[in-house]
Design a binder for this molecule. Structure first.
Ligand code: FAD
Length: 515
């Protein structure tokens, strides 16, 4: 039995995925006699982007015993309550997809059905007014959510904008303290056993590093999972056509917004991510519809502060590896797949892969059921995110550019077509278990981008018109008062940056305590 236990774990890559994996394995497997080696190459470097996160990262840090105030100081973090999408449904539109809820469920029926009933009567305001994180973010306010489910302050969650390079450095220290050994060098050859499993990797220096279990965190290269094991890739770029990005950080200029900006452009979108020490800017685009030069010019002409570094170009193919776990190798991070950064989901997918890996941690037999289950769960996670992202591109009325004509007219996956049809017909959001994006997120994007149902759930008809009007006014007033109590984001950051106490417990939820 003892001989079957894995002893040597080798991680290739020291980007966000490599160091998150090393830190979590070192933490969770610390009572076992595993040796963990991480190999990274400074000459190759990391992808150097990835600054907007989801609330789940708080849970990751919490499980590793990382103090949130220390983490925020180490990564120059700001708080994030959602993403503002501008010009997606049509030019001039803007909505915030919040980490939180709209109104509250009444008699077992989701709030948006009550809202729809008023909307059809020509009454009521935009649904934005009934979501505290939307109202607060729009007013640039922030405060920690509360856990008391009766409070309106429990209806949201929060994430961070971080300097991802600093996060990797922080986790490197954390991991090395727990015994992870870092090897500098470039992997130039990979040796395999007769059964195809990887036995060792060879560095440029000639050093050979053997292992029982290999984790490929080598980024888009996929040094082990693709270059060696030829696992194959599912290409989803016909649905998510953006395939390039240009990124450039700038000096801070303007307000420290508690949300990410995603502004649609003629052939893609721009991001703006406020950190404490600088602003992250980028333009994600499709090379079939715009040249690199024009994409770069668009980015440059929209940057507020002074540039800190030259623009960096990146290329990618949206999709995922056919199997994230193949033989004795698991691909985590960009080597496992990439769904473009529109909803800041990549670090979340890294986190999920790590947690599932620990849950299904193998012995040397690499039990097939565990491997298959890991792959099934990761596929499900990718599919959930994929369809939600496609919705942003497809649900558009924009007809001002060939890129948007393509997105509007493209065929979409059957599951997404079904979801959209149900929402259009009756305002119903398809429920599922597991994976990202529940009802509030779908409602935010559908309504934000002009997918308005033609009917609502008839169960809301138990209310009289005047009861409905009163309820809606009460919810709006409650949210308005709550937002007024919240301090400005920058003030809250100053006041709480060093404070460990008073931070809410992190949950694996996008929305706060109630979802
Ligand atoms: C344009 C863009 C914007 C993004 N924005 C976000 C965002 O806002 N939020 C989010 O969650 N994610 C975002 N992402 C994704 C995010 O950047 C990545 O998921 C994250 O950085 C993890 O990358 P990685 O560690 O897998 O790969 P990398 O950062 O590329 O690291 C790869 C590592 O492998 C090493 N390596 C490679 N080959 C070898 C070799 N032969 N020998 C030795 N070492 C090797 C490299 O040196 C490096 O250390 C974005 C991605 C892109 C492209």
């Amino acid at each position: 039995m003892q001989e079957e236990q894995i002893k040597q774990i080798v991680i290739i890559g020291g980007g966000t995925s490599g160091w998150m994996t090393a830190a979590a394995l070192a933490h969770f497997l610390k009572n076992k006699s595993y040796a963990i080696t991480l190999i990274e190459s400074e000459a190759i470097g990391t992808v150097g982007v990835g600054e907007a996160t989801l609330p789940h990262l708080r849970f990751f840090n919490q499980t590793l015993g990382i103090d949130e105030a220390e983490f925020m100081a180490a990564t120059n973090a700001t708080y994030k309550m959602g993403i503002e999408f501008s010009n997606w449904g049509k030019m001039g539109d803007a909505y915030i997809h919040p980490f939180g809820e709209y109104g509250r469920e009444i008699n077992g029926v989701a709030f948006h059905h009550y809202w729809l009933r008023q909307h059809f009567q020509g009454l009521g305001k935009s649904i934005d007014y009934y979501s505290l994180p939307v109202v607060a973010a729009a007013q640039q306010k922030f405060m920690f959510p509360m856990s008391d489910e009766r409070s309106v302050f429990s209806t949201y969650s929060y994430a961070f904008h971080i300097d991802a390079g600093m996060y990797a450095s922080y986790l490197r220290k954390y991991s090395e303290n727990l015994g992870v050994v870092r090897e500098e060098g470039k992997v130039v050859a990979v040796n395999q056993r007769d059964n195809g499993e990887i036995s060792s990797v060879q560095l440029e220096t000639g050093a050979v590093i053997g292992g029982d279990f290999f984790i490929d965190c080598s980024g888009f290269r996929g040094v082990l999972i693709e270059q060696t094991l030829k696992t194959g890739y599912e290409n989803w770029s016909h649905w998510l056509p953006c395939n390039r990005a240009v990124a450039a950080p700038s000096e801070l200029d303007g307000a420290l917004l508690p949300y990410t900006k995603a502004i649609a452009q003629v052939a893609g979108w721009r991001w703006r991510i406020p950190l404490r020490h600088r602003t992250g800017n980028g333009h994600v685009y499709c090379s079939e519809f715009i040249t690199d030069q024009d994409a770069c010019d668009t980015l440059m002409s929209n940057i507020d502060g002074k540039l800190i570094a030259d623009p960096k170009f990146l290329q990618f193919t949206t999709g995922k590896r056919k199997k994230a776990w193949n033989k004795n190798c698991v691909a985590i991070g960009l080597s496992g797949g990439f769904l473009e950064p529109l909803e800041s989901t990549s670090i979340y997918l890294i986190q999920i892969a790590i947690m599932k890996l620990i849950e299904f941690f193998p012995d040397k037999k690499f039990d097939l059921a565990g491997v298959d289950e890991f792959n099934r769960l990761m596929d499900m996670e990718y599919l959930r995110v994929r369809d939600f992202l496609i919705l942003h591109y497809h649900a558009t009325q924009r007809n001002d550019a060939p890129f948007w004509d393509y997105c509007r007219n493209m065929s979409i996956p059957d599951e997404l077509a079904h979801k959209m049809a149900l929402f259009r017909e009756r305002g119903h959001v398809v429920e599922y278990q597991g994976g990202l994006f529940l009802e509030p997120s779908w409602v935010a994007v559908y309504l934000g981008q002009g997918v308005v149902p033609s009917a609502y759930d008839p169960r809301v008809n138990w209310m009289t018109n005047s009861q409905l009007e009163k309820t809606m006014l009460e919810i709006e007033a409650l949210i308005d008062r709550a937002a007024m109590q919240m301090p400005a984001h920058h003030v809250f950051l100053e006041q709480h940056q060093a404070k460990t106490n008073g931070r809410p417990r992190a949950l694996m939820s996008l929305y706060g305590g109630r979802q």
